[in-house]
Design a protein around this ligand. Structure first.
Ligand SMILES: [Mn+2]
Length: 362
């Protein structure tokens, strides 16, 4: 039996909202995922790319940290394997070599050595294990490598790892016992076709990632039998998402609602990154008078959140054209005005108006 732990997309150096605190969060999240993987006593630990984030400019601190983590993995008798992701390729004008090459030079990890496709043979528990590692490349080339992949007839276990392969899983040949990919930051596992994506070890883009899970994929291969375990992992920082439909609200009401809805989670919000998504429809007056900075400042002060982000997705109608079909009919015009400005519950107002018009007073 051999056991593989599969993780991906650690994006060391990435700092959402340019928060300096995130660099440390991201390192700790990566280490925590590795620790979870090690609890399952794997023989091999595979990382399918984007170990470093291109926007993090691969600081020496992150590189040193990664070497330390993988050295610890090695000391436990586990072999760390790396595949180059789209963030791991050199960006000519910024730097001329992928940081993964530095890791390989430190002799703790096994990687692609800068080749597009590399076949690695290992002996694990007296079994011949064959790993095919496909570095980030154009999808057309990647699919060709997959189609043409041939395994040795004498290998006991054959595994295929790439950062990303855009293929229908049921068209994948059954050449390999497991296909491990990355690139997508939330977990997916197709046990029928033996294709797994663990998701990133931290949150890279909160707006896309808060609804999925992130896991370590443990693959246990015993002869023809393949078994999976998928322990969950999470970012070391708490993210809170609040959604509010603010249609028909004034700027003051919106501010109050945002404060109230985050305050409800005050305990949780301490130190958290809070994303407030505002949807619905507002007019130009509301949009212009909502002082976003004040809302953010108030919520941050009252809850101790590390950062509050207003993710404004409402539709703004600008100055509204009110169309009155019978302008001389006061009741009818007021009704049309209330409806078109989406003022909630107009009936009460109309009833009072009716009494004023009909009875000359209340
Ligand atoms: Mn990625």
């Amino acid at each position: 039996m051999i056991r593989i732990a599969h993780i991906s997309d650690s994006h060391l150096g990435c700092a959402v909202f340019q928060l300096e605190e995130r660099r440390e969060d991201v390192r700790r999240s990566f280490k925590r995922a590795v620790d979870t993987a090690l609890e399952y006593r794997p023989h091999i630990l595979v990382h399918t790319g984007d170990l470093f984030d291109i926007n993090g400019l691969n600081s020496i601190k992150d590189l040193t940290f990664a070497i330390g983590v993988f050295r610890r993995v090695r000391r436990k008798g586990v072999i760390p394997i790396l595949v180059d992701g789209n963030h791991d390729v050199p960006y000519g004008f910024m730097y001329d070599q992928s940081p993964l090459r530095s890791l390989e030079a430190s002799n703790v990890v096994v990687g692609t050595k800068g080749q597009e496709y590399r076949r690695v043979s290992l002996s694990v528990e007296h079994q011949d294990v064959e790993l095919h590692l496909l570095a980030w490349t154009r999808q057309q080339r990647a699919r060709r490598y997959l189609r043409n992949a041939v395994t040795e007839s004498n290998s006991d276990v054959a595994l295929f790892f790439a950062h990303h392969l855009d293929v229908e899983y049921d068209t994948i040949p059954d050449t390999f016992q497991y296909y491990g990919f990355g690139h997508k930051h939330t977990f997916a596992l197709d046990t029928e076709n033996c294709v797994g994506i663990p998701g990133s070890t931290c949150i890279v883009k909160p707006e896309n990632e808060l609804y999925g899970t992130k896991r370590v994929i443990i693959v246990e291969i015993d002869g023809d039998e393949v078994k999976f375990e998928t322990p969950p992992i999470s970012d070391t920082r708490r993210f809170i998402q609040v959604k509010l439909d603010v249609t028909g609200r004034s700027a003051t009401e919106i501010k109050q609602e945002v404060v109230d809805s985050v305050m409800k989670r005050k305990k949780n919000a301490n130190g958290a990154i809070v994303l407030v998504r505002l949807t619905g429809a507002v007019d130009g007056e509301v949009e212009g008078s909502l002082k976003r900075n004040e809302v953010i400042q108030e919520v941050e002060e009252k809850t101790g959140a590390l950062l509050v982000h207003l993710d404004v997705r409402w539709e703004c109608y600008g100055p509204r054209d009110i169309r009155l079909t019978r302008p001389l009919d006061v009741m009818h015009s007021v009704r049309e005005y209330l409806e078109q400005t989406r003022t909630g519950e107009p009936e009460q107002l109309l009833e009072r108006l009716r009494r004023v018009i009909e009875g000359g007073g209340e």
